[in-house]
Design a protein around this ligand. Structure first.
Ligand code: PLP
Length: 392
């Protein structure tokens, strides 16, 4: 049904339309069925042996999960893909697949906060120590390596603060000590960044965001390189991870339009930021696809596009109350966590307790925006009104 990306001559947009689909095996219907299942019946007792037939029990997979896993395997150029019931569950599965008692792992200081929470509260119970690193380290990550370092967890751009990092240089250094390299690639999706081609072993997506794309389901995905696949496959089976078929289907449906949606998210975000960066109440905007951004060179080298998540800092001296008035005055931007749907969102970007290897200015007021598929002129007008309300 699908080739690995390296072997496939097809362009990404073509793969998005065709990967993971095999209409001939479902009476010609364009999409696979949503298989609601637990038990799978066998024709006879002789077949009831490992590998005796394709499907054994729905927890292990069914034609709906296969379809999404196959599509992502092709898009990511992976040896294999496993689905998880949320992005955070995908992070946990990926980490559990490559650590053992006594290991030391390195995690970017700019990781998604619940990733830190998992590493700080669950992994220590099993004798795994997490240390955080400055995302600017690049190849110098090796100065933090110990005898027992087994994994490096990257995320680019960083959560809330959008720092880019030199993932290929980190991967080369990590592989010299045979450590597994992980990347949370939720911001760019496999369409705009191909972690495995950058040297990453486990590429993680919060599918909840752009793959589902409509704020109506939770999903996680992990794509593994050849060396990481067995570990991922085994832990996924051992832990009993499973995603309900309706949600898998929403992931498949979202995937087909990923490219057209992302292109619009990107265009709208550039339009809004182009206006926002010049407003007198704003100190700086954060978005690696802008030439003025410190991460621009790495973004340009490693990514082929940008999405709708960005941030900005208010000018020094702005109070938390003013930032609150601004957020409350927005009408088209909803106040809420998560992102990646069709709609615009805003949250205060609070870093308290989220950085331990790098420093940040505690007095600065920052906002994270998700720029949706609305008309950017309306979004700009909404922000302009809210700024006027807060700064009068
Ligand atoms: C949202 C998010 C996650 C977690 O995804 P959920 O589906 O909400 O659990 C992980 N990483 C990043 C970068 C995210 O933005």
């Amino acid at each position: 049904m699908s080739n690995s990306a390296s072997k496939s001559p097809l362009k990404p947009d073509t793969r998005l339309a065709h990967a993971g689909r095999d209409p001939n095996s479902f009476h010609g219907f364009v999409n696979p069925p949503v298989v609601h299942a637990s038990t799978v019946l066998y024709p006879d007792v002789e077949t009831m042996v490992p590998g005796g037939q394709k499907y054994s029990y729905a927890r292990r997979g069914n034609p709906t999960t296969d379809s999404l896993e196959d599509a992502l395997r092709e898009l990511e150029g992976a040896a294999g893909v496993k689905l998880a019931n949320s992005g955070l569950n995908a992070v946990a599965l990926a980490l559990l697949s490559c650590v053992k008692s006594g290991d030391h792992i390195l995690i970017t200081d700019t990781a998604y906060q619940p990733t830190r929470h998992f590493a700080d509260t669950v992994l220590p119970k099993f004798g795994v120590t997490a240390e955080y690193y400055d995302p600017k380290l690049g190849a110098d990550i090796k100065t933090l390596f110990r005898e027992e370092t087994s994994a490096v967890f990257t995320e680019a751009p960083g959560s809330l603060t959008f720092e880019m990092q030199d993932v290929p240089a980190i991967a080369v250094a990590a592989h010299e000590i045979d450590a597994t390299v992980l990347m949370d690639n939720t911001w760019a999706t496999p369409l705009f960044c191909q972690p495995l081609a950058l040297g990453v072993d486990l590429s993680i997506q919060a599918g909840t965001k752009y793959i589902v794309g409509h704020s109506d389901a939770m999903l996680g995905t992990v794509a593994a390189s050849e060396r990481a696949w067995k570990g991922l496959y085994d832990i996924h089976g051992a832990i009993g991870s499973h995603v309900a078929p309706d949600d898998v289907y929403l992931g498949l449906r979202g995937l087909r339009t990923l490219s057209v949606r992302l292109e619009r998210h990107q265009r709208n975000t550039l339009a809004v930021l182009d206006w926002l960066k010049d407003q007198p109440q704003i100190e700086a905007v954060s978005y690696p696809a802008l030439e003025s951004d410190p991460g621009f060179a790495i973004w340009q080298r490693d990514f082929t596009g940008s999405s709708g998540l960005c941030g900005f800092d208010f000018k020094a001296g702005t109070t938390k109350e003013q930032a609150g008035v601004f957020l409350n005055a927005l009408t088209l931007f909803g106040l809420g966590y998560s992102w990646g749907g069709f709609e615009s969102l805003a949250i205060p970007a609070r870093l308290k307790g989220m950085r331990t290897a790098t420093s940040y200015d505690e007095t600065r007021c920052s906002v994270r925006l998700h720029i949706g598929l609305e008309d950017p002129e309306d979004l700009v007008n909404d922000i302009e009104r809210a700024l006027a309300r807060a700064f009068g």
